[in-house]
Design a protein around this ligand. Structure first.
Ligand code: NI
Length: 160
């Protein structure tokens, strides 16, 4: 495994639409392992492949540090409710801003073995699903922030 360089806002790779993964390969498995290592190193709770410069529909999420969720080709298939709170991103280090997201999100994705599954999330997990799927479509959370970005003083908790 190896740490990858996290691309920061302004890098055009973050504004491109990612390609569907057609089949799993050893190289993509290595990418996924590297994405986890990189996310944990920078205390993130989620990371999308374009954030390390790879335009493929791959996401890793871990809200607690020991519940890794790998999403290949994730799609949001159901949402409900609403939540508004601070959101951050490893590609916008040290900053956060208020974003409104659905409070419940159901996704369909494949796991690392390309087996399809569905998963439901509420609150922070629902937010992470939306934030990361947006990355795969070249969309940064900063375009959704209401009221401007602010600096995060302490160690950011929810950068994705
Ligand atoms: Ni992000």
């Amino acid at each position: 495994m190896a740490l990858r360089t996290i691309r920061v806002e302004g890098d055009p790779v973050l504004n491109k639409k990612c390609r569907t993964v057609e089949k799993m390969t050893p190289r993509l498995k290595e990418l996924i392992a590297d994405m986890y290592e990189t996310m944990y190193e920078y205390n993130g709770v989620g990371l999308a492949a374009p954030q390390v410069g790879v335009l493929k529909r791959i996401v890793v999420i871990d809200l607690t540090g020991d519940e890794p969720i790998t999403l290949i080709n994730p799609e949001i298939i159901e949402t409900s409710g609403e939540q508004t709170s601070d959101e951050g991103c490893l590609s916008v280090p040290g900053m956060a801003g208020q974003v409104t997201r659905p409070n419940y999100v159901k996704i369909r994705a494949c796991n690392e073995d390309m087996e399809p599954f569905e998963m439901e999330g509420e609150e922070l997990l629902a937010r992470a699903f939306c934030h990361e799927v947006d990355h795969l479509d070249g969309k940064m959370y900063t375009s959704l922030v209401v009221g401007g970005l602010h600096e995060v003083q302490d160690e950011p908790e929810e950068e994705a």
